[in-house]
Design a protein around this ligand. Sequence first.
Ligand SMILES: [Fe+2]
Ligand SMILES: [Fe+2]
Length: 483
Amino acid sequence: MLDLVNVEYDTLIPNNVNLSKDKRVQKALEKWHPGYINWWNDLIPQDFQNSLVYLRTAVSVDPKGWAKFDYVKMPEYRWGILLAPEVEDRTIPCGEHYGEKAWQEVPGEYRAMLQRLIVIQGDTEPGSVEQQRFLGKTAPSLYDMRNLFQVNVEEGRHLWAMVYLLQKYFGRNGREEADDLLIRSSGSEEAPRMLGAFNEETPDWLSFFMFTYFTDRDGKMQLESLAQSGFDPLSRTCRFMLTEEAHHMFVGETGVGRVIERTCQVMNENGITDPYDINKIRSLGVIDLPTIQKKLNMHYSLSLDLFGQEVSTNAANAFNSGIKGRYMEHRLDDDHKLGDATYPVTQLEDDKIVLKDMPALTAINMRLRDDYRRDASGGVGRWNKMMAKMGVEFEMKLPHEAFNRDIGVFAKKPFDPEGTLLGETEFNEKSKDWLPTSSDADFITSLMVPCVEPGKYAGWIAPPKVGIDNKPGDFEYVKLHIA
Ligand SMILES: [Fe+2]
Ligand SMILES: [Fe+2]
């Protein structure tokens, strides 16, 4: 346990917000800190608390040298508060205040909206750590275990980032919200996390890779649009978080890629050309490609729900007030106000999917979801190239946006992955081919045995092409047993 009386926050917590000069916020953070440490200690299995993990810690915001790598015990990780450097004369990039000077303080009229957005973002960060809490026990290698913990401590830091904003800019109310972020918990009956995808389980490593590829990518899109905020401290916070988020995308894309690669390798070694020869493929201890596709279907459709309703006045208000921009707002070539502009939105009319031009302001969520789909298809293309190169005839596909949805115009409608509306009965009969079944889950779980010898990998996943921080193949990324 840390000695909180004598904590010199300027040294214990890396920060570039002049914490030692900001007594009020420093005190609030000191008060919040023990609860956070308790949350971490209760969460991460005890054996790993004492392990030395080769982690990167953010120590600066200089894009060229912002992190340093070293062995750290996770409870001693230096969760810092770091904002991207202030951009001189930054202006509000969108909405009715377009071109005005960016806010350094919370604009009173938008206080409630801003606080809500920060709380929702903050709620996702610890949520994902909670979902992934048991995965360390079944890590397919020390390399993967280290990556899991890296993602976890950084999500923890993202929570700090949002808590800092709440405590610095939202007074008593903000402090209460900061406390509540440690009370809600993933999957809890009484106090679940705010968004559905963060209450699902992450029961195995393929789910973890899919989660970091698809769900963290939703996080990236949200951060990208909050990085466009006219409220400058939020923008600067999110811009720095995005540098860390890039690694989470990497873990997801290479993780799924390595699972696919290993399956293809084993199929080739055993002369299996039919990817649907599922029993034979599974008997060789690798995950068949159709099952990987089912996991993809599930995680992608769950992540689409995170974008909310296609047409939303909340989203319109957030944009119009300059609190949240569009993806790459500064690169878009229009008036950034969207007074008369329209945007094509998918709608259901008499059970037919139609594209309808709607006021672009109310279609902000739809647009971000479209940007997300394009962003998410990149890695899928690279996985497909790899399979083709290995001579395996199979293609991963993003399912149609109408498939398996819980939110928006397609919610609860029995669409198949191609976007065809089926009858309820037909859908239920066929859904075992599209979504993981309990027997798929059992099979995947059966493969989840830990492999913790340096340089060794579980049989269902290929080793990475390069090590973290250019370390050699047999590097001991996690020292598990410390005297
Ligand atoms: Fe995050
Ligand atoms: Fe993340």
